[in-house]
Write a protein that binds this ligand. Structure first.
Ligand SMILES: *Cc1c(COP(=O)(O)O)cnc(C)c1O
Length: 467
Protein backbone atom coordinates (compact mmCIF):
# COMPACT_ATOMS: atom_id res chain seq x y z
CA UNK A 1 0.00 0.00 0.00
CA UNK A 2 1.36 3.40 -1.02
CA UNK A 3 0.73 6.84 0.44
CA UNK A 4 -1.52 7.65 -2.52
CA UNK A 5 -3.88 4.81 -1.51
CA UNK A 6 -4.29 6.08 2.04
CA UNK A 7 -7.40 8.14 1.33
CA UNK A 8 -9.26 5.28 -0.35
CA UNK A 9 -8.57 2.74 2.40
CA UNK A 10 -9.11 5.19 5.18
CA UNK A 11 -12.55 5.90 3.72
CA UNK A 12 -13.22 2.17 3.51
CA UNK A 13 -12.21 1.84 7.17
CA UNK A 14 -14.49 4.71 8.20
CA UNK A 15 -17.36 3.11 6.29
CA UNK A 16 -16.70 -0.28 7.87
CA UNK A 17 -16.43 1.33 11.32
CA UNK A 18 -19.74 3.10 11.18
CA UNK A 19 -21.52 -0.04 9.94
CA UNK A 20 -19.84 -2.13 12.65
CA UNK A 21 -20.93 0.24 15.40
CA UNK A 22 -24.47 0.58 14.05
CA UNK A 23 -24.88 -3.20 13.98
CA UNK A 24 -23.47 -3.98 17.43
CA UNK A 25 -26.69 -5.33 18.92
CA UNK A 26 -26.73 -8.03 16.18
CA UNK A 27 -23.48 -9.55 17.48
CA UNK A 28 -23.00 -12.09 20.24
CA UNK A 29 -21.20 -10.05 22.90
CA UNK A 30 -18.57 -12.57 23.88
CA UNK A 31 -16.62 -14.40 21.18
CA UNK A 32 -17.17 -18.14 20.86
CA UNK A 33 -14.40 -19.78 22.81
CA UNK A 34 -12.61 -22.30 20.60
CA UNK A 35 -8.89 -22.21 21.35
CA UNK A 36 -6.69 -22.28 18.22
CA UNK A 37 -9.47 -21.49 15.77
CA UNK A 38 -7.88 -18.23 14.63
CA UNK A 39 -4.33 -19.49 14.73
CA UNK A 40 -5.51 -22.00 12.12
CA UNK A 41 -6.78 -19.17 9.91
CA UNK A 42 -3.45 -17.31 9.96
CA UNK A 43 -0.63 -18.70 7.78
CA UNK A 44 2.33 -20.07 9.67
CA UNK A 45 4.86 -18.03 7.71
CA UNK A 46 5.06 -14.33 6.84
CA UNK A 47 4.59 -13.38 3.17
CA UNK A 48 7.80 -12.80 1.28
CA UNK A 49 6.18 -10.81 -1.51
CA UNK A 50 4.06 -7.70 -0.84
CA UNK A 51 0.34 -8.37 -0.85
CA UNK A 52 -2.33 -6.05 -2.28
CA UNK A 53 -4.31 -4.08 0.29
CA UNK A 54 -7.54 -5.50 -1.14
CA UNK A 55 -6.49 -9.00 -0.08
CA UNK A 56 -5.56 -7.87 3.42
CA UNK A 57 -8.82 -5.96 3.70
CA UNK A 58 -10.88 -8.96 2.64
CA UNK A 59 -9.15 -11.14 5.23
CA UNK A 60 -9.68 -8.50 7.90
CA UNK A 61 -13.41 -8.56 7.28
CA UNK A 62 -13.51 -12.35 7.08
CA UNK A 63 -11.42 -13.18 10.14
CA UNK A 64 -11.33 -10.39 12.69
CA UNK A 65 -14.91 -9.45 13.66
CA UNK A 66 -15.81 -13.06 14.34
CA UNK A 67 -12.98 -13.40 16.83
CA UNK A 68 -13.89 -10.34 18.85
CA UNK A 69 -15.50 -9.99 22.20
CA UNK A 70 -17.34 -6.76 21.45
CA UNK A 71 -16.23 -4.33 24.13
CA UNK A 72 -18.35 -1.48 22.72
CA UNK A 73 -21.50 -3.62 22.66
CA UNK A 74 -24.36 -1.92 24.54
CA UNK A 75 -25.02 -5.21 26.36
CA UNK A 76 -21.47 -5.66 27.67
CA UNK A 77 -22.06 -5.80 31.44
CA UNK A 78 -18.84 -7.69 32.26
CA UNK A 79 -15.67 -6.55 34.11
CA UNK A 80 -15.66 -2.78 33.87
CA UNK A 81 -16.42 -0.89 30.67
CA UNK A 82 -13.65 0.36 28.36
CA UNK A 83 -15.63 3.01 26.56
CA UNK A 84 -14.87 4.75 23.28
CA UNK A 85 -17.01 7.76 22.40
CA UNK A 86 -17.27 8.55 18.68
CA UNK A 87 -15.29 11.78 19.17
CA UNK A 88 -12.53 9.75 20.82
CA UNK A 89 -12.39 7.34 17.88
CA UNK A 90 -11.94 10.27 15.54
CA UNK A 91 -9.13 11.71 17.65
CA UNK A 92 -7.38 8.32 17.67
CA UNK A 93 -7.60 8.17 13.89
CA UNK A 94 -5.85 11.52 13.68
CA UNK A 95 -3.30 10.46 16.29
CA UNK A 96 -2.48 7.41 14.19
CA UNK A 97 -1.84 9.57 11.14
CA UNK A 98 0.36 12.11 12.91
CA UNK A 99 2.23 9.28 14.67
CA UNK A 100 4.24 11.55 16.95
CA UNK A 101 6.09 10.55 20.10
CA UNK A 102 5.80 13.44 22.57
CA UNK A 103 8.35 11.96 24.98
CA UNK A 104 9.86 15.43 25.49
CA UNK A 105 8.20 18.81 25.24
CA UNK A 106 10.21 19.68 22.13
CA UNK A 107 9.22 16.46 20.34
CA UNK A 108 5.72 17.98 19.95
CA UNK A 109 5.04 21.00 22.18
CA UNK A 110 1.29 20.93 21.47
CA UNK A 111 1.00 17.38 22.85
CA UNK A 112 2.63 18.29 26.16
CA UNK A 113 0.85 21.61 26.54
CA UNK A 114 -2.52 20.12 25.61
CA UNK A 115 -1.90 17.33 28.15
CA UNK A 116 -1.22 19.89 30.88
CA UNK A 117 -4.42 21.75 29.98
CA UNK A 118 -6.60 18.63 29.61
CA UNK A 119 -5.47 17.22 32.94
CA UNK A 120 -6.48 20.51 34.50
CA UNK A 121 -9.87 20.43 32.73
CA UNK A 122 -10.41 16.93 34.05
CA UNK A 123 -9.30 17.99 37.54
CA UNK A 124 -11.95 20.70 37.50
CA UNK A 125 -14.54 18.30 36.11
CA UNK A 126 -13.92 15.84 38.95
CA UNK A 127 -13.94 18.57 41.59
CA UNK A 128 -10.33 18.01 42.72
CA UNK A 129 -8.32 20.75 44.44
CA UNK A 130 -6.41 23.31 42.40
CA UNK A 131 -3.04 22.07 43.71
CA UNK A 132 -3.15 18.86 41.62
CA UNK A 133 -1.17 18.55 38.41
CA UNK A 134 -0.82 15.28 36.51
CA UNK A 135 0.36 13.07 33.71
CA UNK A 136 -1.22 10.46 31.44
CA UNK A 137 -0.13 6.82 31.51
CA UNK A 138 -1.22 3.89 29.38
CA UNK A 139 -2.89 2.15 32.32
CA UNK A 140 -3.68 2.50 36.00
CA UNK A 141 -1.23 -0.32 36.64
CA UNK A 142 1.58 1.94 35.45
CA UNK A 143 0.33 4.93 37.47
CA UNK A 144 0.21 2.83 40.62
CA UNK A 145 3.66 1.37 39.86
CA UNK A 146 5.04 4.91 39.49
CA UNK A 147 3.49 5.92 42.82
CA UNK A 148 4.93 2.83 44.53
CA UNK A 149 8.41 3.45 43.08
CA UNK A 150 8.36 6.95 44.41
CA UNK A 151 7.16 5.73 47.84
CA UNK A 152 10.08 3.28 47.85
CA UNK A 153 12.65 5.89 46.94
CA UNK A 154 11.34 8.39 49.49
CA UNK A 155 11.20 5.82 52.31
CA UNK A 156 14.82 4.83 51.73
CA UNK A 157 16.01 8.43 51.92
CA UNK A 158 16.48 8.52 48.12
CA UNK A 159 18.90 5.60 48.23
CA UNK A 160 17.03 2.65 46.69
CA UNK A 161 17.47 3.74 43.06
CA UNK A 162 21.23 3.80 43.57
CA UNK A 163 21.80 0.93 45.98
CA UNK A 164 18.73 -1.27 45.72
CA UNK A 165 16.73 -1.80 48.89
CA UNK A 166 19.04 -2.36 51.84
CA UNK A 167 18.20 -2.52 55.54
CA UNK A 168 14.83 -3.29 57.13
CA UNK A 169 11.97 -4.33 54.83
CA UNK A 170 9.65 -1.61 53.55
CA UNK A 171 5.91 -1.93 54.17
CA UNK A 172 2.95 -0.71 52.14
CA UNK A 173 -0.68 -0.82 53.26
CA UNK A 174 -3.83 -1.32 51.22
CA UNK A 175 -7.34 -2.60 51.75
CA UNK A 176 -8.19 -6.22 51.17
CA UNK A 177 -10.44 -4.93 48.31
CA UNK A 178 -7.59 -3.37 46.35
CA UNK A 179 -6.92 -4.33 42.73
CA UNK A 180 -4.26 -6.87 41.77
CA UNK A 181 -2.32 -4.07 40.06
CA UNK A 182 -1.34 -2.93 43.58
CA UNK A 183 0.07 -6.38 44.38
CA UNK A 184 1.88 -6.36 41.04
CA UNK A 185 3.37 -2.90 41.61
CA UNK A 186 4.75 -3.99 44.97
CA UNK A 187 6.28 -7.09 43.35
CA UNK A 188 7.77 -5.14 40.43
CA UNK A 189 9.21 -2.53 42.80
CA UNK A 190 11.15 -5.27 44.59
CA UNK A 191 9.41 -4.56 47.89
CA UNK A 192 8.07 -8.10 48.11
CA UNK A 193 4.47 -9.28 48.08
CA UNK A 194 4.67 -10.20 51.77
CA UNK A 195 5.35 -6.56 52.60
CA UNK A 196 2.01 -5.40 51.20
CA UNK A 197 -0.15 -5.44 54.31
CA UNK A 198 -3.82 -6.01 53.51
CA UNK A 199 -5.75 -4.04 56.08
CA UNK A 200 -9.02 -5.67 57.20
CA UNK A 201 -12.22 -3.94 56.10
CA UNK A 202 -15.35 -2.91 57.97
CA UNK A 203 -18.98 -3.90 57.40
CA UNK A 204 -19.09 -1.80 54.19
CA UNK A 205 -15.84 -3.36 52.87
CA UNK A 206 -13.89 -0.15 53.51
CA UNK A 207 -10.37 -0.24 54.91
CA UNK A 208 -10.63 0.27 58.66
CA UNK A 209 -8.56 3.40 59.48
CA UNK A 210 -8.14 2.40 63.15
CA UNK A 211 -6.68 -0.94 62.14
CA UNK A 212 -4.45 0.82 59.63
CA UNK A 213 -3.03 3.00 62.42
CA UNK A 214 -2.43 0.01 64.68
CA UNK A 215 -0.77 -2.03 61.92
CA UNK A 216 1.59 0.82 61.06
CA UNK A 217 2.52 1.34 64.71
CA UNK A 218 3.11 -2.39 65.21
CA UNK A 219 5.31 -2.55 62.11
CA UNK A 220 7.41 0.38 63.31
CA UNK A 221 7.80 -1.30 66.69
CA UNK A 222 8.86 -4.52 64.94
CA UNK A 223 11.54 -2.71 62.95
CA UNK A 224 9.84 -2.49 59.54
CA UNK A 225 9.88 0.72 57.50
CA UNK A 226 6.38 1.86 56.46
CA UNK A 227 6.59 3.52 53.02
CA UNK A 228 3.05 4.43 51.97
CA UNK A 229 -0.68 3.71 51.87
CA UNK A 230 -2.78 2.81 48.84
CA UNK A 231 -6.51 3.42 49.06
CA UNK A 232 -9.23 2.18 46.79
CA UNK A 233 -12.35 3.99 45.57
CA UNK A 234 -14.64 1.68 43.59
CA UNK A 235 -12.79 -1.62 43.99
CA UNK A 236 -12.95 -4.10 41.15
CA UNK A 237 -14.63 -6.99 42.93
CA UNK A 238 -17.79 -5.32 44.22
CA UNK A 239 -17.12 -1.57 43.94
CA UNK A 240 -16.13 -0.94 47.58
CA UNK A 241 -14.56 2.36 48.62
CA UNK A 242 -12.25 3.13 51.53
CA UNK A 243 -12.96 6.01 53.92
CA UNK A 244 -10.46 8.18 52.16
CA UNK A 245 -10.28 11.21 54.45
CA UNK A 246 -10.00 9.19 57.68
CA UNK A 247 -7.35 6.87 56.18
CA UNK A 248 -5.33 9.83 54.87
CA UNK A 249 -5.38 11.37 58.38
CA UNK A 250 -3.86 8.17 59.79
CA UNK A 251 -1.23 7.99 57.04
CA UNK A 252 -0.27 11.64 57.53
CA UNK A 253 0.20 11.13 61.28
CA UNK A 254 2.97 8.72 60.26
CA UNK A 255 4.21 11.00 57.46
CA UNK A 256 3.30 8.42 54.80
CA UNK A 257 2.38 9.30 51.20
CA UNK A 258 -1.03 8.15 49.96
CA UNK A 259 -2.00 6.92 46.50
CA UNK A 260 -5.71 6.54 45.68
CA UNK A 261 -6.78 3.96 43.08
CA UNK A 262 -10.02 5.26 41.58
CA UNK A 263 -9.32 3.79 38.14
CA UNK A 264 -12.96 2.99 37.42
CA UNK A 265 -15.06 5.03 39.85
CA UNK A 266 -13.01 8.21 39.45
CA UNK A 267 -14.98 9.01 36.30
CA UNK A 268 -18.20 9.04 38.34
CA UNK A 269 -16.84 12.00 40.32
CA UNK A 270 -17.86 14.14 37.39
CA UNK A 271 -21.24 13.92 39.17
CA UNK A 272 -20.99 16.11 42.30
CA UNK A 273 -23.37 13.85 44.24
CA UNK A 274 -20.87 10.95 43.97
CA UNK A 275 -17.99 12.85 45.55
CA UNK A 276 -18.98 11.79 49.08
CA UNK A 277 -17.40 8.44 48.14
CA UNK A 278 -13.92 9.94 48.11
CA UNK A 279 -14.41 12.72 50.63
CA UNK A 280 -11.03 13.99 51.80
CA UNK A 281 -9.28 12.99 48.56
CA UNK A 282 -7.68 16.43 48.24
CA UNK A 283 -5.28 15.27 50.97
CA UNK A 284 -3.90 12.46 48.76
CA UNK A 285 -0.46 12.66 47.15
CA UNK A 286 -1.43 10.70 44.05
CA UNK A 287 -4.74 9.64 42.48
CA UNK A 288 -5.34 7.49 39.41
CA UNK A 289 -8.48 7.78 37.26
CA UNK A 290 -8.95 5.96 33.95
CA UNK A 291 -10.93 8.07 31.47
CA UNK A 292 -10.58 4.99 29.25
CA UNK A 293 -12.97 3.11 31.45
CA UNK A 294 -16.09 5.14 31.94
CA UNK A 295 -15.56 8.56 30.41
CA UNK A 296 -15.52 7.63 26.72
CA UNK A 297 -11.84 8.50 26.19
CA UNK A 298 -10.76 5.23 24.74
CA UNK A 299 -7.96 2.91 25.74
CA UNK A 300 -5.31 3.88 26.50
CA UNK A 301 -5.79 6.90 28.73
CA UNK A 302 -5.09 6.73 32.44
CA UNK A 303 -4.57 9.97 34.36
CA UNK A 304 -2.44 10.21 37.48
CA UNK A 305 -3.04 13.37 39.52
CA UNK A 306 -0.16 14.42 41.75
CA UNK A 307 -0.29 16.96 44.58
CA UNK A 308 3.40 17.62 43.92
CA UNK A 309 5.27 15.81 41.13
CA UNK A 310 8.72 16.45 42.65
CA UNK A 311 9.15 13.04 44.34
CA UNK A 312 8.02 11.11 41.28
CA UNK A 313 10.28 13.08 38.94
CA UNK A 314 13.18 12.68 41.34
CA UNK A 315 12.51 8.93 41.27
CA UNK A 316 11.93 8.41 37.55
CA UNK A 317 13.75 11.13 35.60
CA UNK A 318 16.77 9.97 33.63
CA UNK A 319 18.65 12.69 31.80
CA UNK A 320 21.21 11.18 29.45
CA UNK A 321 22.93 13.55 27.03
CA UNK A 322 20.96 12.37 24.02
CA UNK A 323 17.71 13.50 25.67
CA UNK A 324 19.00 16.90 26.63
CA UNK A 325 16.64 19.71 25.71
CA UNK A 326 17.88 23.19 25.03
CA UNK A 327 16.33 26.56 25.60
CA UNK A 328 13.24 27.15 27.71
CA UNK A 329 13.68 26.44 31.41
CA UNK A 330 9.98 26.22 32.25
CA UNK A 331 9.13 23.17 30.19
CA UNK A 332 7.66 19.83 31.16
CA UNK A 333 9.12 16.60 29.80
CA UNK A 334 6.45 14.07 30.70
CA UNK A 335 8.73 11.08 30.13
CA UNK A 336 10.50 12.16 33.33
CA UNK A 337 7.28 11.46 35.24
CA UNK A 338 6.77 7.87 34.00
CA UNK A 339 8.61 4.56 33.64
CA UNK A 340 8.34 4.64 29.82
CA UNK A 341 10.31 7.00 27.62
CA UNK A 342 8.10 6.90 24.51
CA UNK A 343 4.50 8.01 24.90
CA UNK A 344 1.34 8.53 22.90
CA UNK A 345 -0.43 11.81 22.13
CA UNK A 346 -3.34 10.99 24.44
CA UNK A 347 -4.43 14.54 25.18
CA UNK A 348 -6.06 14.89 21.76
CA UNK A 349 -8.85 12.43 22.55
CA UNK A 350 -9.42 14.07 25.96
CA UNK A 351 -9.76 17.39 24.16
CA UNK A 352 -12.21 16.02 21.60
CA UNK A 353 -14.33 14.19 24.19
CA UNK A 354 -14.48 16.94 26.80
CA UNK A 355 -15.55 19.40 24.11
CA UNK A 356 -17.89 17.16 22.10
CA UNK A 357 -19.99 16.12 25.11
CA UNK A 358 -19.20 18.79 27.70
CA UNK A 359 -19.13 18.07 31.41
CA UNK A 360 -22.93 18.11 31.42
CA UNK A 361 -23.20 15.43 28.73
CA UNK A 362 -20.69 13.16 30.45
CA UNK A 363 -22.35 13.72 33.80
CA UNK A 364 -25.83 12.88 32.47
CA UNK A 365 -24.60 9.63 30.92
CA UNK A 366 -22.94 8.38 34.12
CA UNK A 367 -25.88 9.46 36.27
CA UNK A 368 -28.14 7.40 33.97
CA UNK A 369 -25.90 4.34 34.35
CA UNK A 370 -26.01 4.62 38.13
CA UNK A 371 -29.79 5.08 38.15
CA UNK A 372 -30.42 2.08 35.86
CA UNK A 373 -28.09 -0.07 37.97
CA UNK A 374 -29.96 0.84 41.13
CA UNK A 375 -33.30 0.09 39.50
CA UNK A 376 -32.14 -3.34 38.32
CA UNK A 377 -30.61 -4.16 41.70
CA UNK A 378 -34.02 -3.40 43.21
CA UNK A 379 -35.67 -5.92 40.87
CA UNK A 380 -33.07 -8.58 41.67
CA UNK A 381 -33.56 -7.98 45.37
CA UNK A 382 -37.33 -8.30 45.01
CA UNK A 383 -37.19 -11.55 42.98
CA UNK A 384 -37.94 -14.73 44.97
CA UNK A 385 -35.20 -16.85 43.44
CA UNK A 386 -32.39 -14.25 43.27
CA UNK A 387 -30.31 -12.71 46.05
CA UNK A 388 -28.67 -9.32 45.86
CA UNK A 389 -25.29 -10.08 47.45
CA UNK A 390 -23.70 -6.63 47.41
CA UNK A 391 -25.70 -3.44 46.90
CA UNK A 392 -25.14 -1.12 43.93
CA UNK A 393 -21.92 0.84 44.33
CA UNK A 394 -21.56 3.39 41.54
CA UNK A 395 -22.83 1.20 38.66
CA UNK A 396 -21.96 -2.28 39.95
CA UNK A 397 -23.77 -4.85 42.08
CA UNK A 398 -23.42 -8.59 42.57
CA UNK A 399 -26.08 -11.28 42.84
CA UNK A 400 -26.77 -15.00 43.02
CA UNK A 401 -29.47 -17.28 41.70
CA UNK A 402 -31.01 -19.72 44.17
CA UNK A 403 -32.87 -22.99 43.44
CA UNK A 404 -34.05 -25.81 45.72
CA UNK A 405 -31.25 -27.52 47.57
CA UNK A 406 -28.65 -26.95 44.83
CA UNK A 407 -25.12 -25.84 45.67
CA UNK A 408 -25.25 -22.10 44.90
CA UNK A 409 -21.62 -21.91 43.71
CA UNK A 410 -22.16 -24.66 41.15
CA UNK A 411 -25.58 -23.32 40.13
CA UNK A 412 -24.29 -19.79 39.54
CA UNK A 413 -21.22 -21.01 37.65
CA UNK A 414 -23.56 -22.94 35.35
CA UNK A 415 -25.83 -19.92 35.00
CA UNK A 416 -23.07 -17.52 33.97
CA UNK A 417 -21.63 -20.00 31.48
CA UNK A 418 -25.06 -20.48 29.92
CA UNK A 419 -25.61 -16.71 29.74
CA UNK A 420 -22.26 -16.05 28.07
CA UNK A 421 -22.61 -18.97 25.65
CA UNK A 422 -26.00 -17.57 24.67
CA UNK A 423 -24.24 -14.29 23.82
CA UNK A 424 -27.06 -11.75 24.01
CA UNK A 425 -25.45 -10.22 27.10
CA UNK A 426 -22.06 -10.63 28.77
CA UNK A 427 -21.47 -10.92 32.54
CA UNK A 428 -18.47 -11.88 34.68
CA UNK A 429 -18.04 -13.18 38.20
CA UNK A 430 -15.97 -12.70 41.32
CA UNK A 431 -15.51 -14.36 44.68
CA UNK A 432 -17.02 -12.43 47.54
CA UNK A 433 -16.54 -13.67 51.11
CA UNK A 434 -15.85 -17.13 49.79
CA UNK A 435 -18.93 -17.20 47.54
CA UNK A 436 -19.11 -17.31 43.75
CA UNK A 437 -21.13 -14.22 42.76
CA UNK A 438 -22.16 -12.74 39.41
CA UNK A 439 -21.26 -9.08 38.83
CA UNK A 440 -23.48 -6.69 36.91
CA UNK A 441 -21.68 -3.56 35.72
CA UNK A 442 -23.28 -0.84 33.58
CA UNK A 443 -21.20 1.72 31.73
CA UNK A 444 -21.00 1.27 27.98
CA UNK A 445 -21.18 4.42 25.89
CA UNK A 446 -24.16 3.17 23.83
CA UNK A 447 -26.02 1.31 26.58
CA UNK A 448 -29.62 2.38 26.99
CA UNK A 449 -32.16 1.66 29.70
CA UNK A 450 -33.80 -0.92 27.45
CA UNK A 451 -30.54 -2.88 27.29
CA UNK A 452 -30.46 -3.13 31.08
CA UNK A 453 -34.11 -4.25 31.15
CA UNK A 454 -33.37 -6.73 28.38
CA UNK A 455 -30.48 -8.15 30.41
CA UNK A 456 -32.80 -8.93 33.32
CA UNK A 457 -35.18 -10.74 30.93
CA UNK A 458 -32.29 -12.80 29.54
CA UNK A 459 -30.95 -13.67 33.02
CA UNK A 460 -34.36 -14.89 34.20
CA UNK A 461 -35.10 -16.76 30.98
CA UNK A 462 -31.78 -18.62 31.04
CA UNK A 463 -32.00 -19.31 34.79
CA UNK A 464 -35.48 -20.81 34.34
CA UNK A 465 -34.22 -22.97 31.46
CA UNK A 466 -31.24 -24.46 33.33
CA UNK A 467 -31.66 -28.20 33.66
C1 LIG B 1 -9.36 -1.44 35.99
C2 LIG B 1 -8.74 -1.15 37.29
C3 LIG B 1 -7.35 -1.21 37.44
C4 LIG B 1 -6.41 -1.61 36.35
O1 LIG B 1 -6.53 -0.77 35.27
P1 LIG B 1 -5.50 -0.81 34.04
O2 LIG B 1 -5.65 0.56 33.47
O3 LIG B 1 -5.96 -1.88 33.14
O4 LIG B 1 -4.15 -1.08 34.57
C5 LIG B 1 -6.84 -0.90 38.68
N1 LIG B 1 -7.64 -0.56 39.70
C6 LIG B 1 -8.98 -0.50 39.59
C7 LIG B 1 -9.82 -0.12 40.76
C8 LIG B 1 -9.57 -0.79 38.37
O5 LIG B 1 -10.90 -0.71 38.24
Amino acid sequence: MDRKDYRQWSQAAAHWGSEYLAGQRDHRVRARLEPGRFLDMLPENPPDAPEPMAAIWADFQRIVPEGLTHWQHPRFFAYFPATAAPASMLAEQLTAVMAVNPMLWQTSPIATEMEIRMIDWLRQGLGLGGHFVGVTHDTASMATFSAVLSMRERATGWQSNAQGITGAPLRLYASAQCHSSVDKAVVMAGIGANNLVKVPTDARWALDPERLGRLIAADIAAGFRPAGVILCVGGTGIGASDRVGAAIDVAKRHDLPVHVDAAWAGSAMICPEQRVHWEGVDGADSIVVNPHKWLGVQFDCSVQFLADPTDQIRTLAMRPDYLHTHGAGEITNFSEWTPQLGRRFRALKLWFVLRAYGLSGLRARIADHIRWTEALAGKVDAADDFDLVTPPMFALFSFRYRRGGEDPDILNRRLIEAINDDGRIYLTQTTHQGQFVIRFSVGQWDTQERDVDFAWDVIREIAAGLD
